[in-house]
Every structure is written in C-alpha cells, then in structure tokens.
Design a binder for this molecule. Structure first.
Ligand SMILES: C[S@@+](CC[C@H](N)C(=O)[O-])C[C@H]1O[C@@H](n2cnc3c(N)ncnc32)[C@H](O)[C@@H]1O
Length: 181
C-alpha cells in the first residue's frame, strides 16, 4: 500500500511547477512521489504518526483535523499547483479545496465509490462517491476534465473506485501533454 497509486503516477507529470498539497496524506506515499518530481509538498493529516513517516526533504507536514468541529478550510489564500487526494472524502472540504487550486493547477483525486460495500470497507455512504460525482464536481466548478474513471479495480485490492484528473484552466490554454497510453 506504500506504492503510489497508478492514477497519481500517470497524471502527476501534468502538474505545473509549484507547491503541491497532499490532503489526508497518510504516511506520505504521494508526498514523496510529488517531491521526487520536484515539487515542494504540503502534507496534511490529523495523524501525527503518519505525518512523522511522511516528513522529509521538501515535504512540509501539517497536523490538522480537517473535520473538527467548526473546522474551516485551513489554507486561506495559499494556492497550489497540484492537489492530490486519495482514499479520503469529506465533502464539506471540496469547495475550499478547489478554491486553493492555482490557475492551471491540477487536481488528482481517487477514492472509493458507491458499490464498494460489496468488497469491504469503506461502506459508509459518507465516504463513498456517488456515480459520476467527481465528474459533476469538476464540471460545476469550471475545471477541464483530462481523465475520469468510475468502476471496479482489482489492484492493490478489489474495490469500487472513482478517479479524476482535472485542470483549473486559465486562458490562453497551456499545452497539456497527455501521458502516453
Ligand atoms: C485511507 S488513509 C489514505 C492516506 C493517503 N491519502 C493514501 O492514499 O495513502 C486516510 C487518511 O485520512 C486521514 N484523515 C481521516 N480523517 C481526517 C481528518 N479529520 N483530518 C485530517 N486527516 C484525516 C487519516 O489519518 C488517514 O491518514
């Protein structure tokens, strides 16, 4: 589970230069991956042990309970060239998160979706994306969708997942070189 997600690996090269936010980073598999691509990474989680594992050169860790009572989006005016979220969903954060994408910033999001109960946890609908939800969020917020998938995967374990790569496009459009198939 320490290997970076193939989805993140595939679309990470589209993130322009600048800082990357790894939201609910866990032990930092994507923080390290994005740092290795040359980004300064802000790695956020509420779990101090996970953050200790995530910390490293070019990775600034921040212990925040993103869902605490009265919790507001913690990044105010900061803008990120990329935001990576995997295996985490707290819908009240989404508007603030998208507000923190810099112009031409890239969102890479992958988490469990409706139907995952057939495979195990999470099974609570609060933690499962509804059919097409990430696509709807991207479109409603004016992001250009580079790629979207919604279905069953077998690796790293059988699960129902949804995943998106989308750009907060500013004009004139920057040429985004798609990864080879
Ligand atoms: C399933 S792990 C995913 C970790 C990482 N994104 C990955 O895919 O490897 C979910 C993470 O969300 C973090 N988390 C859960 N609730 C949180 C909260 N209220 N505030 C901050 N982090 C939270 C957990 O501590 C955990 O590290």
């Amino acid at each position: 589970m320490d290997d970076p997600s193939v989805w993140v690996q595939r679309y990470a090269p589209l993130v322009p230069g600048g800082e990357v936010l790894d939201l609910a980073c866990g032990s930092g598999r994507h923080s390290r991956y994005m740092q290795a691509l040359g980004h300064l990474v802000v790695a956020v989680d509420r779990d101090p042990q996970a953050l200790a594992a995530a910390a490293g050169d070019g990775i600034v860790t921040s212990e925040i309970d993103l869902e605490g009572e009265g919790a507001a989006w913690p990044f105010g005016p900061l803008r990120f060239a990329g935001i990576v979220v995997t295996n985490y969903l707290h819908r009240p954060l989404i508007a603030g998160m998208l507000g923190s994408l810099a112009p031409n910033g890239v969102l890479i999001y992958e988490t469990f979706a409706d139907g995952n109960a057939a495979f195990g946890k999470p099974s609570n609908p609060d933690f499962l994306l509804k059919s097409g939800e990430l696509l709807d969020i991207a479109r409603q917020n004016g992001l250009r969708v580079i790629a979207f998938e919604d279905g069953v995967v077998n690796t790293p374990k059988p699960a129902m997942v949804q995943r998106i790569c989308a750009v907060k496009e500013e004009f004139p459009r920057e040429a985004a070189l798609l990864p080879p198939i």
